[in-house]
Ligand binder design. Structure first.
Ligand code: GRF
Length: 195
């Protein structure tokens, strides 16, 4: 299976996915694309010999559909079977999502359905949650709401800040996403739960 990965920043999840696709793995990375030409993850992908693309969303600020058309053109040129959003921070319209229905995944840093949207760790701390985590789900038109393919849980510690909790969750993201992608690439959409 051919995998395209969309990023907006450092791409640590992208790297975890790329570095997992070795040996007899059923998938391999064919593109890393970003909405930010300066995204650090693009450099890391290039260092691994993976084709990259950047479609700066800022010139399109008033025309989301035009930005998405340009992005889709880059993606489709690589002919991926699976698209992984990994730290991709743009909201995608239903029109874009429909193009990739059933084959686009996202990782979100909360135990969905709790804390859709942003600032998930601060909100979990604010709520006094004793555990937090991350979720890999299929992308549907509803933000952070598609069928859940996997979750990983971490304890919340009394002295946690949003930063320390984020770091603990991110470590689990780097385990969960590759594990879910490997199963998804073999047609297994059963839910994976990592403690
Ligand atoms: C992190 O907050 C992660 O939890 C979320 O996107 C952000 C950046 O991730 N998935 P990455 O390092 O760019 O993969």
């Amino acid at each position: 299976k051919r995998v395209a990965i969309l990023i907006s920043g450092g791409g640590s999840n992208m790297l975890a996915l790329v570095d997992s696709m070795t040996g007899d793995h059923p998938a391999r990375p064919v593109l890393v694309a970003s909405n930010d030409p300066q995204a650090g993850g693009l450099r890391k992908a290039e260092a691994r010999g993976i084709p990259t693309a950047a479609v700066d969303h800022r010139p399109f600020d008033t025309d989301r559909a035009a930005f998405e058309a340009a992005l889709a053109e880059c993606i489709d040129a690589a002919g991926p079977d699976i698209i992984c959003l990994a730290g991709f921070m743009r909201i995608l319209t239903p029109g874009f999502i429909d193009r990739y229905a059933g084959r686009m995944l996202n990782i979100h840093p909360s135990l969905l359905p709790k804390y859709r949207g942003l600032h998930t760790h601060a909100r979990a701390l604010e709520a006094g949650d004793t555990e937090a985590g991350c979720t890999v789900h299929e992308v549907t038109a509803e933000l952070d709401d598609g069928p859940i393919l996997g979750q990983a849980r971490v304890p919340v510690r009394p002295d946690d800040t949003a930063g320390t909790l984020a770091a603990r969750v991110l470590t689990m993201e780097h385990r969960l996403y590759p594990a879910v992608l490997r199963r998804f690439a073999q047609g297994d959409r059963s839910r994976l739960d990592l403690a």
